[in-house]
Design a protein around this ligand. Structure first.
Ligand code: NAP
Length: 244
C-alpha cells in the first residue's frame, strides 16, 4: 500500500482506532494530537512496529498556523495526503441558557474551523493530482439534534452541510467528500455517562450495544477504499439502529 492517511485527533478514541486500522492495511499514517502527547507517541511506536511508515504531529487544528504546520510537515515527510479524516472534535453537555459565547466559539473553532483549515490546506494538492478522499466525522446529534448539546449538535449538522457542498464542488476534480455520523461510541468523550444511562442507551439500540471505536474505523476504511469510489456527498450513520 503506497497511500498516506492523515487523521486529525488520532491520539485517542475513534481517531486512534482508525490509525491502527489503516496501518494494518499498510497505509502510511499521520497521527495528529493536541494535548495527549504520551498517547500519541505510544501509538506511533505501536504503528511503526507493524513496519508501516508513520509520524505524529502536534497541532491544535483550530489554529490556522498550527494546521499549516501539520499539513506542511505531513507533505514534506510523506509526499502526499491521499486521505484526510477530519475526526478531531470536542463535545460538551450544557443547558442552552448556560452556554457561554466562549463555549460556543470553542465548539465551532474545533469542530468546524479545524475541519475547514485542514481540508483547505490539503485539497490544493488533491486538486492538482485529480484525486483524494476526505472523510468528515459528524454525529447522530447533527442529524437529530440533542437536548443540552445545542452547540455540539449545530456544529455536527454543519459538518454534514460542509460535506454535501464540498462534494459537489470537488466531484469534477476527482475528489470524494463523505461524512460519517456515529451513534454513541465507547470513548473518553462519553466517560461521564453513568451505568444507568449506558444501559438505557443499549436498550434503546436495536443491535443491543454501544458502539466501539473500531465500528467507526471500519466505516472509514470502507469510504477510503476503492469499493466506495462512486460514493460522494453522503452521510453514513453507524449507530446500531439507534437512529433509523
Ligand atoms: P475523544 O476520545 O474525546 O478524542 C478526541 C480526539 O480529538 C483526541 O485525540 C484529541 O486530541 C483530539 N482533539 C480535540 N481537539 C483537538 C484540537 N483542537 N486539535 C487537534 N486534536 C484535537 O473523542 P472521540 O469519541 O474519539 O471522538 C472523535 C470524533 O467523533 C469527534 O469529532 C466526535 O465529535 C465524533 N463522535 C464521537 C461520538 C462518541 O460517542 N464518542 C459520537 C459521534 C461522533 P488530544 O487528546 O491530543 O488533545
Amino acid at each position: 500500500m503506497n497511500k498516506t492517511v492523515l487523521i486529525t485527533g488520532s491520539s485517542r478514541g475513534i481517531g486512534k482506532a482508525t490509525a491502527i486500522a489503516f496501518a494494518d492495511l499498510g497505509y502510511s499514517v499521520v497521527i495528529n494530537y493536541n494535548n495527549s502527547k504520551e498517547e500519541a507517541l505510544n501509538l506511533l511506536h505501536h504503528i511503526r512496529e507493524k513496519g508501516v511508515k508513520a509520524i505524529a504531529v502536534k497541532a491544535n487544528i483550530s489554529s490556522r498556523v498550527e494546521a499549516e504546520y501539520l499539513i506542511e510537515t505531513s507533505m514534506e515527510q510523506m509526499g502526499h495526503i491521499d486521505i484526510l479524516v477530519n475526526n478531531a472534535g470536542i463535545a460538551q453537555q450544557k443547558m442552552f441558557t448556560d452556554i457561554t459565547l466562549d463555549d460556543w466559539q470553542k465548539m465551532f473553532s474545533t469542530n468546524i474551523n479545524g475541519m475547514f483549515n485542514c481540508t483547505q490546506l490539503v485539497i490544493k494538492d488533491m486538486i492538482n493530482r485529480k484525486k483524494g478522499k476526505i472523510i468528515n466525522i459528524s454525529s447522530i446529534w447533527g442529524i437529530t439534534g440533542a437536548a443540552c448539546e445545542v452547540h455540539y449538535s449545530a456544529s455536527k449538522a454543519a459538518v454534514i452541510g460542509f460535506t454535501k457542498a464540498l462534494a459537489k464542488e470537488m466531484g469534477p476534480s476527482g475528489i470524494q467528500v463523505n461524512c460519517i455520523a456515529p451513534g454513541v461510541i465507547d470513548t473518553e468523550m462519553n466517560e461521564n455517562l453513568d451505568e444507568y444511562t449506558k444501559n438505557s442507551l443499549k436498550e434503546e439500540t436495536p443491535l443491543g450495544r454501544i458502539g466501539l471505536p473500531e465500528d467507526i474505523a471500519n466505516t472509514i476504511l470502507f469510504l477510503a477504499s476503492e469499493k466506495a469510489d462512486f460514493i460522494t456527498g453522503q452521510t453514513i450513520s453507524p449507530n446500531g439502529g439507534f437512529v433509523i
